[in-house]
Design a protein around this ligand. Sequence first.
Ligand code: ADP
Ligand code: MG
Length: 237
Amino acid sequence: MLQGINITKRFGGVTALRNVSFIVNAGELVGLIGPNGSGKSTLFSVISGFHPPDEGAVIFEGRTITGFPSHAVARLGIARTFQIVRPFTGMTVIENVRVGALYGRGERSVATADRRARELVEFVGLRQRADVPARNLTLAEKKRLEIARALSIQPRLLLLDEVFAGLNPAEVRSAIDLIARIRREFGVTIIMVEHVLKALMETCERVIVLSSGEKIAEGAPAEIAADPHVVSVYLGK
Ligand code: ADP
Ligand code: MG
């Protein structure tokens, strides 16, 4: 479904990604881990068209999308959430999701977009908060809104950036349940960046590890957890 080939991305003197290649198959839930600053969010930005890579290619469903602007990538069916959630803070929950539904693949009328937005708000557990301005949500609620907004464009590939970060254990548990429901009900392929390793390990089928912008390991969660290089990268930080 998605292939990255030798992706390099520099920001001034910083090489955020160096020659990163990977494949994601349709239906997979792939984890992307690595210490802070290892390039995880940058990889999401390159895939989703927020930052063109300096070198390399991104191929989605057989089409080269390298350098496509983010709105074009979204229309092809790739949605992302942001590590720092960024809803339209003055708009209500339902308004935020409706914007995505109008903007994405499919919905053309406000009425259909509104219906779709209401379903999604319900799905992520925010029905009772639907008419609250996004700025008044708790962090856990903002993360749910971010997920609803991503789903509103009817993506085939969903990029989740640290949706568990800052949540308490009960909130992490229910976010894991939400992700399982998303897979079941939407059949969407997911790449998930996560710092809560335990959560990731029990959720993902395959894990890719970045360190200082390079891919240093890839495999089943149990393999990755036992990989001495991965362990040293985490303990050494
Ligand atoms: P991660 O998500 O793994 O914590 P990032 O992808 O955010 O890492 O960052 C990788 C590196 O790229 C870091 O050194 C970071 O400071 C740098 N970086 C990321 N985004 C930008 C940007 N927009 N401008 C300049 N440097 C950036
Ligand atoms: Mg990040």
